[in-house]
Design a protein. Structure first.
Ligand code: AMP
Length: 172
């Protein structure tokens, strides 16, 4: 984990003043770090029968895809408005900086699915809470929630449902 931590870059005041941005691009561009992240994410869910990994746009697409690949599961994008071509369901929410809306294809998840929702960073939890609501409304068998980084001081866990099973590789 130290290998990955050393490759996460801190950017002060991005995208707005007061935010300490955890930049994972410096870890993703390092072949060994990318491999370790994929493997370690996979270890968390190896025996859980996961059928779909939902990645949240856009930074959740990288970890979500490699996790899906590790598990032999499918990948489903949860995207910003107007990006998905077929029928969608939509959720609007507050985040650390501003408000946002996410969408998912109506036919992306079925009641037979066991789902991991993945994003790169848990900050205030608004994004994941919205994604969780979207996926829950599709009635899958089970929903897990996963991040590469959790910023514990921002209390994002408290914004997620009490019964949500949450894992993260690195906590600050
Ligand atoms: P939140 O809804 O506040 O939990 O914000 C999570 C989303 O915003 C994630 O998709 C992150 O990519 C991004 N994000 C928010 N705060 C940060 C931060 N301090 N460093 C890196 N990414 C962040």
């Amino acid at each position: 984990m130290e290998y990955i931590k050393k490759r996460i870059r801190d950017i002060q005041d991005f995208p707005t003043k007061g935010i300490l941005f955890k930049d994972l691009t410096t870890a993703f561009k390092d072949p060994r770090a990318l491999h370790i992240i994929g493997w370690d994410l996979g270890q968390l869910y190896r025996d859980k029968g996961v059928t779909k990994v939902v990645g949240i746009e856009s930074r959740g697409f990288v970890g979500g895809s490699i996790l899906a690949f590790e598990l032999g599961a499918g990948f489903v994008p949860c995207r910003k408005p107007g990006k998905l071509p077929a029928d969608v369901i939509t959720q609007t929410y507050e985040k650390e900086y501003g408000t946002d809306t996410i969408e998912i294809h109506k036919d992306a998840i079925t009641e037979d699915d066991i789902v991991v929702i993945h994003d790169d960073v848990l900050a205030t939890g608004g994004t994941m809470a919205a994604a969780y609501e979207l996926i829950k409304s599709m009635n899958p068998k089970k929903i897990y929630v996963n991040f590469i980084i959790e910023l514990t001081a921002l209390g994002g866990r408290d914004r997620l449902p009490k019964d949500a099973e949450i894992t993260s590789l690195i906590s600050y």
